[in-house]
Design a protein around this ligand. Structure first.
Ligand code: ZN
Length: 429
């Protein structure tokens, strides 16, 4: 967010706080740019179905989160709301990147959950011959958990509880959709000025593989948050890898420093066994031979879990109990998002979230009306069957082009980029 006023935006999650002051606090020139952006767009490649008038969207400021692509803060000319615009560049370089981007796009359009970032819109693509980049509009979030953890801003136990509650609430939804995020880290947990948290960046996400004989790729999760089964070379892993990452983040929220900050994957594993003790052979059953030999060659370590109480004065019995259920070496014994949400440590976070932060409950003159389902799941699951028949760049390009046009079926006026805008040149780089 650069020089933006997000520091001042990060408040305590107090009841009754008005959400989303970003638009009100935006610099004057941004408002002017928004007004200037509302004009009919002269498109070089008119499609027959572009009957509605199109509106330009004008990038004004980079904000930059996400592993793939650039994110800008923009104003939606249809309603003046501040939103985030993500450019997915170099989509059509090869089949692998085509598929990755299409999967992410499909997921962003599939998600309907307040703790998971989703696509509000996709900008109109040009004629397919000129179609090189994809622009996705999402909600604008002022900060992320990494920026907050490294900031001098105090983090109360209420903050920690309401953040952890929302991470697990979003993750329960993702896992119910059959999706592994695979890169849960503080920088991928966006936070707005009202402390609402959304999981973002599905560039590495994929559908879980129920067949244990099928190999899965190793290029997952930033090292500090990487689960021991991945560090030990397991060829198959489950959504428990995301829970491990959440455990690391929970400890980081409490201690304000990275829990396992190692220089290499082997040292990463050593730091984990320093805390958890030497794992049993049973817990290492899916590990590769080399990793198992490394553990057995080393000294036998006793667990040192009580050290977690020294993370912070907020590391209460309840907090450490839940943390220890997440930081379990054996993924089959690690707590699930659903079960973690039932832990008493999260009761206060749930109450706070649904009292003044959620969109699922509402207040009437006679009091708060709570939703019947505090942590909803999705049904049906996300279906990745579309990936099987993607065989060439040209074919995927046509399918993505068609997919984007189909997303416009609603009654909103379609948006496209304004190539005349001052910021456009730096945006397309
Ligand atoms: Zn609610």
């Amino acid at each position: 967010l650069g020089s933006g006023p997000q520091q001042a935006y990060f408040p305590s999650p107090a009841p009754g706080q008005a959400p989303g002051p970003a638009a009100a606090a935006a610099p004057a020139q941004v408002q002017a740019a928004a007004a200037a952006a509302v004009k009919a767009h002269h498109h070089h490649h008119q499609h027959a179905h572009h009957l509605q008038q199109q509106l330009d969207i004008e990038p004004d400021r980079p904000i930059g989160y996400g592993a793939f692509g650039v994110v800008w803060s923009v104003t939606d000319p249809r309603d003046g709301k501040r939103v985030a615009l993500k450019k997915m560049p170099n989509v059509f370089q090869n089949l692998v990147s085509c598929k990755r981007v299409f999967r992410e796009l499909k997921m962003l359009c599939f998600f309907k959950h307040d703790n998971v970032l989703s696509a509000l819109d996709i900008l109109q693509p040009p004629h397919i011959d000129y179609f090189e980049e994809i622009y996705v509009v999402t909600e604008l979030m002022q900060s992320d958990l990494h920026k907050i953890i490294v900031s001098p801003q105090p983090l109360s136990s209420d903050h920690v509880k309401v953040f952890l509650y929302q991470i697990l609430r979003g993750l329960k939804y993702l896992h119910s959709a059959g999706i592994l995020h695979r890169d849960i880290k503080p920088g991928n947990l966006l936070v707005n000025s009202n402390c609402v948290l959304k999981i973002c960046d599905f560039g590495l996400a994929r559908v879980e593989e129920p067949d244990e004989s099928r190999h899965m790729t190793q290029e997952v999760v930033t090292q500090y948050y990487r689960a021991p089964e991945i560090l030990m070379g397991s060829r198959h892993y489950s959504n428990a890898i995301d829970i491990w990452s959440v455990g690391c983040i929970f400890a980081e929220l409490l201690g304000r420093r990275i829990l396992f900050q190692a220089q290499s994957p082997i040292q990463q594993l050593d730091l984990i066994t320093d805390l958890l003790g030497t794992p049993s052979l049973e817990a290492m059953r899916t590990a590769c031979e080399g990793a198992r030999a490394h553990i057995l060659r080393g000294p036998h370590k006793q667990p040192s879990l009580p050290v977690l109480y020294t993370l912070s004065s907020q590391a209460t019995h309840e907090a450490v109990h839940l943390l220890c259920r997440m930081l379990v070496f054996d993924p089959s014994k690690r707590i699930s998002a659903k079960d973690a949400l039932a832990h008493p440590y999260l009761d206060e976070g749930r109450l706070r979230y649904h009292t003044c932060m959620c969109k699922c409950c509402y207040t009437t003159s006679s009091g708060r009306v709570y939703t019947s389902d505090f942590e909803p799941v999705t049904n049906p699951k996300f279906d990745d069957g579309f990936e099987k028949n993607l065989t060439s760049v040209r074919q995927v390009k046509e399918i993505i082009h068609q997919f984007i046009l189909e997303q416009q079926k609603g009654n909103r006026v379609p948006l496209c980029i304004n190539p005349q805008s001052a910021a456009f040149k730096s945006f397309i780089r």
